[in-house]
Write a protein that binds this ligand. Structure first.
Ligand code: SF4
Length: 367
């Protein structure tokens, strides 16, 4: 697929709705941003609701009883999501990740997976469709998701220690229910399931080695994630961050590790193999080793706004374009202009000052 260079055209907005200049050329290939990063991954949040209240993502103090979630009418329908995905796939997206909130709270998600699985890349290849979930609803849903064409599953699990885990999800959810979900996914044919653990100093860092040991030799891959200043609600402080280097040291001291090659350019996690060949772990270091230089990800919110960075402050309202009758070509032009003007590299620029900015919530656009 050829690389599409659109001459810089200032995109004007009515609120967050991009106004598409009629003279804007239509993208005709893969889209590159101002830093030469090719659009490759689309993360789609299918709900802003979750059955957990993880303190680093959806703290109860903010997302409590009276919190106003998006009404059903505001959510993109499965048809709208699939149309959007089709337009992104035509310009280079090969991976789609379904996120939330907790995506399995969206009814009949397998129907959407089936619609997305029917899409093909311009060179007629199937898409790589993945899901990030807290696994609590997997036992009920995983067979249908597999049959619908889901390829990969990532499960969030922040500790195996009952007290710590219940405190971190803040809804008293037991570890066993998440482990049951992982087993159900494995039983349904998903392998190399990724297990994401967000590590916060003084909260669950004491559980890092136990988590690694539990999944060592299982074929599943634990990825330790540095605590990030996502959104504006989790009270992030640099002193609560345990660096990936420290996490690797902790695991290596107990189970020797050797660094491994990335599977592909732009892979978020740095890979480490167990020296005895019994598997691997990953570390995701947005705070101490920023990886913005190869970031090919964009995010579509539950109500159809496009965010070009996890730490963005505002989005581009593509739903308004769809619901105001804009054609595929007009919407594609807008996507082309938005991506071509993308400069995001928040993690490279993070400072004490930036962490206090009002940023989009992760529970709304997904991780
Ligand atoms: S901070 Fe933004 S630009 Fe950097 S890797 Fe994350 S999403 Fe990409």
């Amino acid at each position: 697929m050829s690389i599409n260079i659109i001459p810089t055209i200032d995109l004007l907005y009515a609120g967050q709705v991009p106004l598409i200049p009629a003279y804007a050329p239509a993208p005709n290939g893969q889209m590159s941003d101002t830093r030469g990063r090719l659009l490759g991954d689309l993360r789609i949040s299918v709900t802003d609701r979750c059955n957990f209240r993880c303190t680093y993502c959806m703290p109860k103090e903010v997302f409590g009883k009276g919190y106003q979630y998006l009404p059903q009418s505001e959510l993109l329908s499965f048809d709208e999501i699939t149309r959007m995905a089709r337009l992104f796939v035509a310009h280079g997206v090969t991976k789609i990740r379904l996120t939330g909130g907790e995506p399995l709270l969206r009814k009949n998600l397998e129907v959407l997976v089936k619609m997305l699985a029917a899409l093909k890349t311009p060179d007629d290849k199937p898409l790589d469709i993945a899901l990030t979930t807290n696994a609590t609803l997997l036992p009920k849903k995983v067979k249908a998701l597999k049959a619908a064409g889901l390829n990969r599953i990532t499960v969030s699990l922040d500790s195996l220690d009952e007290v710590t885990f219940r405190a971190m999800n803040d809804v008293n959810f037991p570890v066993a229910d998440v482990l049951k979900g992982i087993d159900a996914a494995h039983g349904a044919g998903f392998s190399a399931i990724k297990i994401n653990m967000v590590v916060k100093k003084g909260v669950n860092d004491q559980d890092v080695v136990a988590m690694a040991r539990h999944f060592k030799g299982s074929g599943h891959i634990v990825r330790f994630i540095e605590f990030m200043d996502v959104g504006s609600s989790n009270g992030w402080r640099m002193k609560d961050v345990i660096s990936s280097a420290e996490i690797v040291r902790m695991v290596n001291a107990d189970m020797p590790l050797v660094q491994a090659q990335s599977n592909y350019s732009g892979e978020v996690a740095k890979r480490w193999n167990y020296a005895d060949g019994s598997g691997e772990i990953g570390v995701i270091s947005s705070v101490t080793q920023a990886f913005c230089s190869t970031c090919t990800r964009t995010r579509l919110s539950t109500d159809g706004k496009l965010y070009t960075c996890l730490f963005a402050q505002s989005g581009h309202d593509l739903r308004a374009l769809m619901r105001s009758g804009k054609s595929d070509m007009q919407i594609t032009r807008a996507i082309g202009l938005i991506w071509n003007q993308r400069e995001d590299r928040y993690s490279q620029l993070r400072t004490e000052e930036t962490t206090g900015r009002k940023k989009v919530e992760m529970s709304y656009i997904g991780g």
